[in-house]
Design a protein around this ligand. Structure first.
Ligand code: TRP
Length: 458
């Protein structure tokens, strides 16, 4: 084991701080922006059920594994995996899993900042009363108009990116901790109020049916792949960060309990977002499958009609920006840590360099959402745009592959002496965890992929 005194790492001050920071990374656009719209596109209830099963049986055990590797390895994602491999006397090449995670996180960030930019733009729209007394058509027009101005979208996402680069370069862990401590509870309160308001004024009954009454005929194999990919995305798994955060974790904190809290908070926020959005969708006869614009085309209708909507809408989008920001920081951190440790760059150089590359990459998303022809590609007779290809590849292919490799690594390669010593949970929980890593996760992910590429057909 690494001598703690020799490690150059700082530690989280306590279990609450760790849990808050990890929750800040987990809760973000994935919960409030992405989950509702992919639920809408994939038919509702059955999708939600599969997603919840993925979180419980694969996501939580996977989070425990990543934190465990990080805490044992006490280093950046790649090196932590390598140290565990060496300690277990298997090939150091397993470290590639750590680097794959950092790369996936980077791809995710390239579109994440664009959506965070939308949220930032919507703070000002809410503040200037643009939503007041607008009907669904007016709010939709506002959104379409917003997308049509790529230059503005570039400014907004550049603003988010610049702030992220500065915070990561300075390494202001303390400020981050404090922000999350207040922003998270406020976010949940605002979501509850919005959900209550839209529940009372919108179509709550249809929403409950849509979200919680599973209709398995609507479930395709692709929906299952998306549900699995999203369980990784939303818990920030296989993207380096839980390995990194685990490496700052003091030895006496329970990995199992904190993982459970983080997953619970993350799931509650996602479900609340659904409950806030869908009553408005159904009472205004909007399409649940509207896609990435769903939240921006629905919630403003409620903010425009409710008393105090200007204040409330503004606060809501401010919170959304903060939730996104705590994730962008964590996402950038994993690539910066790599550049600093492997290329001997300073934190400023590394963050600025990453920031510039990301900014350039984000243009593909900006232009594909504004409908530029060069971003549309023909694949097998279907037309796709770069943003959806990027999102699909990163979220539904790279994340699960990273997860598959991690599961095989901890399930079959890492010695049980190590995992038992780190996880320190009851024998039953340990057995369930091991089952998931050894069998359930590898088999489920493999079958899904084989099915997706048409090798098997169930
Ligand atoms: N979990 C984040 C969200 O739901 C997105 C995310 C994926 C992420 N991987 C990450 C955030 C790594 C921080 C670090 O919005």
């Amino acid at each position: 084991m690494i001598n703690l005194k020799q490690s150059q790492h700082e530690y989280w001050s306590n279990s609450l701080t760790y849990t808050l920071a990890a929750t800040g990374a987990a809760v973000g656009l994935g919960n409030i922006w992405k989950f509702p719209y992919i639920m809408g596109e994939n038919g509702g209830g059955a999708f939600v059920l599969v997603y919840l099963a993925c979180v419980v049986f694969i996501g939580i055990p996977m989070m425990m594994s990543e934190v465990m590797i990080g805490r044992r390895g006490r280093s950046n994602p790649g090196t932590s995996v390598k140290r565990l491999a060496q300690e277990s006397k298997v090939s150091s090449r397993w470290q590639a899993v750590g680097w794959l995670g950092a790369l996936t996180g980077y791809l995710i960030l390239s579109f994440y900042i664009v959506i965070a930019g939308w949220a930032l733009a919507y703070v000002f729209k809410a503040l200037s009363g643009d939503f007041i007394s607008q009907d669904a058509a007016g709010i939709e027009a506002l959104f379409v108009e917003h997308l049509k101005r790529p230059m503005q979208l570039i400014y907004w996402s550049a603003a988010i990116l610049t702030a992220t680069v500065i915070v990561v370069a300075k390494g202001v862990q303390r400020g981050l901790e404090r922000t999350i401590k207040y922003a998270m509870p406020l976010m949940i309160i605002l979501l509850v109020i919005t959900a209550l308001y839209s529940g009372f004024s919108g179509d709550f009954v249809t929403t409950l049916e849509f979200m919680f009454k599973p209709d398995f005929s609507k479930l395709t194999i692709n929906s299952v792949v998306i549900a699995l990919g999203h369980s990784f995305f939303t818990l920030s798994l296989a993207s380096g960060i839980m390995l990194a955060y685990g490496s700052y974790m003091p030895q006496d904190i329970s990995i199992y309990k904190t993982s459970l809290y983080i997953a619970a908070a993350d799931t509650i926020v996602a479900l609340l977002a659904g409950l806030a959005i869908f009553p408005i969708v159904f009472s205004n006869n909007l399409a649940p499958s509207a896609g990435p614009g769903l939240i921006f085309q629905t919630l403003p209708i409620a903010f425009g009609q409710m008393p105090g909507g200007v204040l409330f809408g503004t606060l809501f989008f401010v919170m959304l920006v903060i939730a996104a920001f705590t994730s962008t920081i964590a996402l950038l951190e994993s690539s910066v840590a790599y550049l600093v440790e492997h290329w001997s760059l300073s934190r400023w150089q590394a963050s600025t360099l990453s920031g510039l590359v990301l900014w350039f990459m984000s243009l593909a998303t900006v232009f594909s959402l504004s409908g530029a022809p060069w971003t549309q590609l023909e694949i097998n007779g279907h037309s796709y745009h770069i943003f959806s290809i990027l999102d699909y590849t990163a979220s539904n292919i790279m994340l699960p592959i990273g997860g598959l490799l991690l599961a095989i690594f901890v399930g079959w390669r890492v010695t049980s002496a190590i995992s038992q010593a780190e996880l320190k949970c009851t024998p039953l929980i340990y057995r369930i965890w091991l089952m998931s890593m050894k069998w359930l996760a590898p088999i489920a992910i493999s079958i899904l992929f084989l099915q997706l590429i048409g090798v098997v057909s169930l």
